[in-house]
Design a protein around this ligand. Structure first.
Ligand SMILES: Nc1ncnc2c1ncn2[C@@H]1O[C@H](COP(=O)(O)OP(=O)(O)O)[C@@H](O)[C@H]1O
Ligand SMILES: [Mg+2]
Length: 319
């Protein structure tokens, strides 16, 4: 099987981590001083949190990184006790080489219950003399204060367009791909600033054809084309309810999208509709309400139909 691209293109040095410049600068300084504090790396998926830790580890330990580094998933199904036992076994021997501490990466710490986090905090205290704990999470607010206060917190951002472009260019060049007109914009639209998702989508597209069109990107990412969504909305606003509803059903089936996916697409595309501001507001409001009902479990398609009907209604009232 071919190697997955998120591994093939995992940053190997600080220079290959794009779009997190301020964080990179501080991490470099830690490494230069041979002194890394406990760290809490917070931020959304696919923005370089794990990669950053691996780069630090390689920069600090070089060849001996394996002996000095332990990677654990904090939410190991076997429980926090298993995690603690592994930490204990790893921490009882001293670091090898010039760096006076070992590094433990604990991924997904926000999935731990507060009780498990308390247990983790005690473990951190016991082994602070020869270990640094590097924790990753999506939301720092889900981490208990006693852990937060022991760590230096870094907030990772989603990659901006330029940063994502650097990664995409690297992949395109090395894999001999051709990204057709509008391809990068489509990729940025569907992946947002999630570099992992972007790399995965590129790989699935390339498996079919090395020449990558926006259409292929929307297709393989399970995402509707902005053009299709615009058409659904315009039909609804124009009062062509049945046509709008049929196209909606068509797009959902063809792209394998859920009702919630569609509402998100609507929210994004409403902003660009050629209608009055006031009407846009009403439409967005409608999306919010329907989204809530869907989450509460009402029938998705009925809710979507009601939403389309409201878009027309909203127009009449808006005038
Ligand atoms: N800032 C970034 N710069 C370059 N590539 C990135 C970046 N963030 C993520 N990636 C790509 O996505 C993959 C997964 O990143 P990872 O560090 O595991 O993300 P996280 O831990 O934040 O979910 C990397 O191997 C790399 O291909
Ligand atoms: Mg990670």
């Amino acid at each position: 099987m071919e190697e997955i691209w998120i591994e093939r293109y995992r940053p190997k040095s600080f220079d290959e981590i794009y779009g997190q410049d301020a964080i990179v600068a501080r991490m470099k300084a830690f490494v230069q001083r041979n002194n890394v504090p406990h760290l809490l790396l917070a931020g959304p998926a696919g923005v370089g949190k794990t990669s950053m830790v691996l780069v630090i580890v390689h920069a600090l330990y070089g060849e001996q990184w394996r002996e000095n580094f332990l990677e654990l998933n904090a939410s190991d199904d076997r429980g926090i006790d298993v995690v603690r036992t592994k930490i204990k076994d790893f921490a009882k021997t001293l670091a090898i080489g010039n760096v006076p501490f070992k590094i433990i990466l604990l991924d997904e710490c926000d999935s731990l219950t507060p009780e498990a986090q308390q247990a983790l905090r005690r473990t951190m205290e016991s082994y602070s003399s020869n270990c640094r704990f590097l924790l990753s999470c999506n939301y720092s607010s889900k981490i208990i204060d006693p852990i937060q206060s022991r760590c230096t917190i870094f907030r990772f951002k989603q990659l901006d367009k330029q940063a994502l472009e650097r990664l995409v260019e690297r992949i395109v060049k090395q894999e001999g791909l051709k990204l057709k007109t509008g391809g990068f914009d489509a990729l940025y639209l569907v992946a947002g600033g999630d570099a992992r998702r972007a790399a995965n989508i590129l790989q699935s597209c390339a498996a079919l054809d090395k020449s990558i069109t926006p259409e292929a990107i929307f297709q393989l990412s399970g995402s509707a084309q902005p053009r299709e969504v615009q058409e659904i909305l315009q039909l609804a606003v124009g009062g062509s309810f049945i046509k709008s509803r049929n196209l909606l059903l068509d797009v959902m089936l063809k792209r394998g999208l859920s009702g919630l996916d569609m509402v998100k697409h609507f929210q994004r595309e409403i902003l660009g509709l050629p209608v009055a501001e006031e009407q846009k507001m009403k439409m967005i409001e409608g999306c919010g309400e329907i989204e809530f009902r869907m989450v509460e479990g009402s029938d998705e398609f009925i809710q979507l139909e009601a939403l389309l009907a409201r878009f027309y209604h909203g127009k009449e009232q808006g005038k």
